[in-house]
Ligand binder design. Structure first.
Ligand code: AMP
Length: 612
């Protein structure tokens, strides 16, 4: 198998060009030999885990070849391995899924039963994640030269963590990565030279973390060559933060002191190494920020920025117009595609248009299979993927090098940390090939109807939440005739909007407080990632209910049919995205109500109690 490029240890023997060359050669090698690499990856995973309980229970019996694996092992979802995961979480140390010790759980933003999914992981996976990160800048440098001559201003954050009853840490994958030595003690590399000192990224208080990162980014504004965050929503949140706090930030820059709200000592010390009194810079920032229009603010405050590095594929595409506005149309670059289960791939053509982004899956990361999916064409553009697969469907899974151009697939992975034929839940379309390795457009996450940040709300959850809320209407003899929803990202942070058409039988008017209670009940009923976004990260705004005139949903149906929907098969879409439909609904809204407070949220799983 091609060797992963080694990271150089010291700045002195640092040869950037050589390192970039080696990395690009690695990509050439693994993509040219994609099938061979995949065969070896599977063999290695199965050989080292031959004795784990899960593989034995299914009778794989030490086989390491693809054919036996595909014949014997079922294609699964999280619910299938949940009992095994729970045993590990409760402290069972036997080799259940993986022969190597489980080092921690990664808490996915995908949920099961309202709680984050728990992905067991092993120490060595950090190395694989680092490898994927190490590919990004050599690729980028082919298109944008000189990126080693300055810094990246990236807004990176950690989230709260919890302990499982068995004592393992459970936290999001990025929190795990930023807290690891791979990130904290990274050797000098001009490509991981960020304006944010580690201490500011690792600060658990999200306000202090954001404030100090913004302050450091402003102080080093001329050095910044690229800006970004993981997701578009996070970057926009940073700009919004600047809009709110620029006066205090400028005061700090003017005086060379840090605002007293920043109480974390390690953050203060790290920032003080960068912050020097600079009245001229303060004047400049004040001048730009006090203008009535913030169009192009990024290019103004960070004039050497060449691109904005944020994920704008999938649901994040809703943020493209806002990013274009703030950045005056700088390239929006999506560099990678990853998850808690596994880091998948990189974008080899990073300056392409966001709508054309494709990710090349790196064949060394895991063993990949693909389940063909059919699209139900219609107004909702929904995608049909069966929840459980019969034998024939299980046999339809194809290998990495066998996918067909233009076809859509659900991604299925077998990982070094103990997932076997696991359905990730993402739908991808083959857009082309890099040597033998396919490149995929990210199409969508299966079933997700609403998403603002990392929250992913599906139709069933939404239905359940709405059902709970309408109980508040019972005393008024009112029922919900129809509803749909919309992820409104014109507000920052974005928020969920529900359009309700009521049928009113009673005569007592329904007071606003009742609708507000409905909003809150919906929020309380949504999954923990949503509630964390509301409470802790403040990345999602209060949920809104808009009451629409009677007859609105008939109009919606008429409109859908005029666009070609079948009258017999028409179903009210439970989420709308198409602008004219949103306009139609808004034009018929008679009143609107917001959730009056945040729903409840605690770190960790409900079942574990509050461990922090
Ligand atoms: P998590 O496991 O919480 O890290 O979430 C991983 C999921 O985020 C993936 O399965 C995708 O649905 C989504 N995701 C990650 N990277 C991208 C990307 N580049 N474009 C679109 N969606 C992405």
């Amino acid at each position: 198998m091609p060797e992963a490029p080694k990271i150089t240890q010291k700045p002195t023997d640092y040869s950037l060009e050589l390192k970039n060359k080696k990395t690009l050669q690695f990509i050439e090698d693994v993509t040219s030999n994609a099938d061979e690499v995949q065969r070896k990856v599977l063999e290695e995973i199965l050989a080292r885990n031959a004795h784990v309980e899960y593989l034995q229970a299914h009778g794989l019996n030490g086989h390491t070849d693809r054919e036996s694996f595909k014949n014997i092992m079922p294609v699964i979802t999280y619910e299938d391995i949940q009992p095994y995961v729970e045993r590990i979480a409760n402290g069972d140390m036997s080799t259940i899924l993986c022969s190597k010790p489980i080092s921690e759980f990664l808490t996915s933003s995908g949920t099961s039963g309202g709680e984050r999914k728990l992905m067991p992981t092993i120490e060595e996976e950090l190395g694989r994640r680092s490898l994927l990160y190490s590919l990004l800048m050599p690729v980028m440098s082919q298109f944008v030269p000189g990126l080693d001559k300055g810094k990246g201003m990236y807004f990176l954050f950690i989230k709260s963590e919890a302990k499982t009853p068995g004592g393992l840490v459970a936290r999001p994958v990025l929190t795990s990565y930023y807290k690891s030595n791979h990130f904290r003690d990274r050797p000098y590399d001009p490509y991981t030279n960020y304006t944010s000192p580690n201490e500011t990224i690792l600060c658990p208080d999200s306000y202090q973390s954001m404030y100090s990162q913004m302050l450091c980014g402003l102080c080093q504004h001329k050095e910044v060559l690229r800006v970004g965050a993981v997701f578009a929503s996070g970057f926009i949140r940073a700009i919004k933060f600047l809009e709110k706090h620029w006066r205090t930030l400028c005061n700090d820059i003017r005086t060379g002191t840090i605002d007293s709200q920043i109480t974390d000592q390690s953050v203060r010390e790290a920032v003080m190494k960068i912050l020097k009194p600079d009245p001229k810079l303060a004047d400049f920032i004040e001048g730009e920020c006090s203008k009535s229009s913030w169009q192009g603010i990024i290019t103004k405050l960070w004039p050497n920025t060449k691109y904005v590095d944020v994920i704008v594929t999938g649901t994040m595409s809703q943020y493209i117009p806002t990013l274009d506005y703030y950045s005056n149309g700088l390239p929006l670059v999506c560099t990678m595609y990853a998850s808690s289960e596994c880091y998948f791939g990189v974008n080899l053509n990073p300056l392409c248009n966001p709508s054309e982004v494709s990710y090349t899956l790196v064949p060394t990361m895991a063993y990949f299979e693909f389940l063909p999916v059919q699209r139900n064409n219609g107004v909702t553009n929904s995608i049909s993927v069966p929840k459980t697969l019969n034998e024939k469907e299980q046999q339809e899974l194809v290998d990495l090098v066998d996918v067909k151009l233009g076809q859509e697939y659900e991604l299925v992975v077998t990982t070094y940390s103990g997932l076997y034929r696991y359905r990730v839940g993402d739908v991808l379309r083959v857009a082309g090939f890099k040597n033998k390795a396919p490149q995929f457009n990210f199409i969508c996450r299966k079933n997700v109807v609403l998403s603002i940040d990392s929250d992913k709300t599906d139709e069933v959850e939404l239905q359940h939440a709405v059902k709970n809320a309408v109980n508040h209407l019972l005393p008024f003899d009112a029922t919900l005739a129809e509803y749909t929803s919309y992820a409104d990202t014109t507000t920052i942070p974005g928020h969920y909007v529900l359009y309700w058409e009521l049928s009113l039988n009673g005569t007592t008017p329904i007071p606003p407080s009742v609708f507000e209670d409905c909003c809150l009940t919906i929020e309380e009923s949504l999954n923990s990632v949503y509630r964390q976004g509301r409470v802790c990260d403040k990345s999602i705004g209060p949920l809104e209910i808009k009451i629409v005139e009677p007859g609105t949903f008939d109009k919606l149906m008429d409109y859908a049919i005029s666009l070609g929907a079948s009258i017999n098969q028409y179903k009210t879409p439970r989420c709308v995205k198409f602008a004219p439909i949103v306009e139609l609904l808004n034009s018929r809204a008679v009143s609107c109500y917001f959730s009056p407070k945040c729903p409840k949220w605690f770190p960790g799983h409900k079942q574990w109690g509050n461990m922090n």
